[in-house]
Design a protein around this ligand. Structure first.
Ligand code: ZN
Ligand code: ZN
Length: 741
């Protein structure tokens, strides 16, 4: 899947550079080459993080190898200083080079990904700590005696000023007085402390035979010390987490580090609690919700090997692990693993790459794997382990269609009589129901009944979505909002704007009217100000504080609601009809995941799918639960079409403020396709991108399709190299695109 490196393997053999020797420094600045500097006083190691002068500025860089020379050495400037962090390891330099080659990303952008720690250039932050001194104070008071007693009682342990004063019940000036006398010693100590040790030998949960067998295989792989990837497939509630935590335990026993990637920050808190229960302490966390101080601490401690386990978002893959032995990618099919801003990379695929470089294991865990991973397992590249039995007596929910063609629907309503009846039964039995709709806001379309105008975003080729909760219209592409107008912006007629179609807020309104006796809770990512507030709501629901949960895609992601026994999917057809080659796969995964929310404890669950096409092959596969059948059919279709994973694809998006010049470049690229033809690749387009305008920029897309195994990156690099983009026109390349917007 991954091609051999070009830049990545040019790693220097020289490990240390004496003062004055020329070194090549890779900086985070957008330059197409490394820069030469003289090694500073005291010399520097290969991989050292350094500060170098660039024009009038000081910039961050890494010593990448010996300098190139070829100019007047008297003019070479010196490295200003070496930062007090561990040098970048060879394995990391290789990894960055290979990701750069694979994603066609310039190296400076890769280095920025690998240095996303605040305060990297600062010396290690210090704080004052206090210990027992050797001198006797000239005069004893009760307060002074209490301070010295506390220090003696804790036998040499250090305190912060606040801790010591509080413990002794004195003011901080008493402690300071004792410092002056030499009776208490004041020291500087680094603020970034190692993470508490995790104990892999604490007892884990009791495992079923199925789980124990999977654990044995994973632990044996871990002990081999070689690279290997395992697809761990298990239905919701089959105990995937318990199983892979035992692989983490084995990595820790071997003294190696582990990384668990999660797709959703909201899930992290629940997961951390489980880790703490298993290993007796909390692991390090790396995601956008962590504080700056914590992120700096993680980055440094990971590099020193003082963080054994990191739980994080996709960018944690670029942390400077000292000895990474295991990467778990949980919910590996999740689309959020594909970064679509800046560097376009798939964290799932890059986890496999990183592990293959450093001799680590990878576990890809999912109830509904991506077709890519399924195909890699079929082809024997990945090992596959299946967990089938659920905990306790619970079984997978019974799945049934509700044929919407036969239901008597009132206009402007979306809960069918059949679904209504099923929800009523649950309310009477004191059980929970989930109504699922994958659409945020109140209504996807606001239509003028006088002129037919649909309110659109001023900057994008997208309709504005009404959000009643926020009392505004919102563009889901660029985030622009505006108040709901009283009159139509097109014809000026008043009072004729009407919502069309359902969003989660409108569905909640219908549920409130239909089930006035029920307590209703809404779960949508935009309704909560913080991950903490969302987590609190999820816990409330799990404890039973809702009869009906109305949710978007968010609820599909692994939350555990033990009292939930019914899932009603409002529009199972919604995502079947995308232009996206993965539309069927996504629908299948999403429906399986949502249905998996029902019946997790001791009560069997039921999932009802409202659909206008119960005979559609994807809907039939979902209902029959024939996963292998679905995958085989989907794989055959893609194989016939020569698309991923049975062919290669890249998306090229050109964008600019004027549509004409953007199309001109697209047309010129399509004409000059010799480098692509040389590898039997085809180019499609240029065509307006499915979303033809975002934030005022016109977008034009070309798609490149190549046979499996073709060197698509090299060909694209040669194809775009002669382009000279003028003005404000930008080009982005997305290898293995996941979405086609
Ligand atoms: Zn109008
Ligand atoms: Zn917009």
């Amino acid at each position: 899947m991954l091609k051999p490196p070009t830049r990545g393997d040019a790693v220097s053999a020289q490990e240390y550079f004496d003062q004055g020797e020329l070194v090549a420094v890779l900086t985070t600045q957008p330059l197409d080459r490394t820069l030469d500097y003289k090694a500073p006083e005291g010399g520097c190691f290969l991989g050292a993080f350094v500060e170098v002068p660039l024009g009038p500025r000081k910039v961050l860089g890494v010593v990448w190898g010996p300098g190139q020379g070829g100019f007047d050495l008297a003019k070479a400037r010196s490295v200003i200083r070496v930062l007090e962090v561990a040098p970048m390891r060879e394995e990391m330099r290789l990894f960055l080079g290979k990701v750069a080659d694979y994603t066609l990303t310039p190296m400076p952008a890769m280095l920025r990904l690998a240095t996303r720690a605040p305060g990297l250039g600062d010396p290690p932050s210090m704080r004052k700590i206090y210990r027992l001194g050797s001198a006797e104070p000239d005069r004893m008071t009760d307060a002074r005696t209490r301070v010295l007693e506390v220090l003696r009682d804790y036998g040499g342990l250090a305190f912060t000023l606040k801790e010591l004063a509080e413990q002794a019940g004195v003011t901080s000036s008493v402690v300071k007085g004792l410092v002056k006398q030499g009776a208490v010693r004041e020291e500087d100590s680094p603020r970034d402390l190692p993470y508490p040790r995790l104990d892999p030998d604490l007892p884990g949960k009791a495992l079923t035979d199925d789980q124990a067998a999977a654990v044995a295989r994973l632990q044996a792989g871990q002990r081999s010390g070689d690279y290997g990837t395992t697809l761990l497939k298990g239905v919701t509630g089959s105990g995937k987490t318990e199983v892979y935590l035992e692989a983490v335990a084995e990595a820790l026993r071997m003294g190696r580090q582990a990384l668990v990637l999660l797709p959703e920050i909201a899930l992290t808190a629940e997961f951390l609690t489980r880790v703490e229960a298993r290993f007796g302490a909390r692991p390090a966390e790396w995601h956008s919700g962590a504080t700056m101080t914590e992120r700096r601490r993680v980055w440094r401690m990971v590099g020193q090997g003082e963080a054994q386990l990191v739980v994080g978002a996709r960018s944690a893959l670029f942390l400077p692990f000292r000895d990474l032995g295991l990467v778990v990618v949980d919910e590996e099919h999740d689309t959020s693993y594909k970064q679509e801003d800046g560097v376009h990379y798939s964290a799932r695929d890059m986890a496999v790459l990183r592990a293959s470089i450093c001799g680590a294991r990878v576990i890809l865990a999912s109830a509904t794997p991506s077709l890519e991973s399924w195909a890699n397992a079929e082809a024997g590249k990945y090992e596959r382990l299946d967990l089938t039995s659920r905990f306790g007596a619970a079984v997978l929910p019974e799945m049934k269609p509700i044929d919407m063609r036969a239901e008597q629907m009132q206009p402007g309503t979306w809960i069918s009589p059949s679904l209504r009846q099923a929800v009523r039964q649950r309310i009477e039995r004191g059980e929970q129901s989930l109504l699922f709709i994958n659409r945020r806001g109140y209504a996807p379309v606001t239509l003028c009944r006088a002129c037919g105008e649909q309110i659109a975003c001023d900057h994008c080729d997208a309709r504005m979505v009404e959000h009643r909760f926020l009392k505004r219209l919102m563009c889901h592409q660029c985030g622009e909002t505006k108040p709901m107008p009283d009159t139509c912006p097109s014809c000026g007629v008043e009072g004729k704007l009407a919502p069309v179609g359902p969003g989660i807020e409108r569905l909640a309104e219908e549920a409130e009217a239909t089930f006035p006796e029920a307590k209703i809770a809404m779960l949508s990512s935009d309704l909560f100000g913080s991950a903490r507030a969302l987590k609190a709501k999820i816990e409330e629901i799990a404890e039973g504080d809702a009869d009906i949960v109305i949710g978007t895609q968010l609820v599909a992601k692994g939350h555990n609601f033990p009292k939930l026994t019914l899932v009603g999917v409002i529009d199972a057809d919604l995502s079947l009809h995308g232009a996206d080659l993965r539309a069927a796969e996504r629908t299948f995964q999403l429906m399986r995941q949502v249905a998996g929310r029902a019946g997790r404890a001791d009560k069997p669950g039921q999932a009802l799918l409202q659909t206008f096409q119960p005979e559609h092959p994807v809907i039939r596969a979902i209902l029959s639960g024939d996963e292998e059948g679905f995958w085989k059919a989907e794989a055959a279709g893609r194989q016939a079409a020569g698309v991923p994973p049975y062919g290669r694809m890249a998306g090229i998006v050109l964008s600019g403020p004027e549509v004409g010049p953007v199309f001109d470049i697209g047309n010129a690229m399509a004409r000059n396709d010799a480098p692509l033809r040389a590898i039997d690749a085809q180019v499609f387009g240029p065509a307006p991108a499915p979303i033809a305008r975002i934030r005022g920029r016109h977008r034009v897309r070309l798609l490149v399709k190549a046979p499996k195994g073709a060197p698509i990156q090299d060909a694209i690099a040669r194809w775009i190299a002669p382009l000279r983009l003028k003005g404000d026109i930008r080009l982005t390349v997305d290898i293995d695109p996941q979405s086609f917007y």
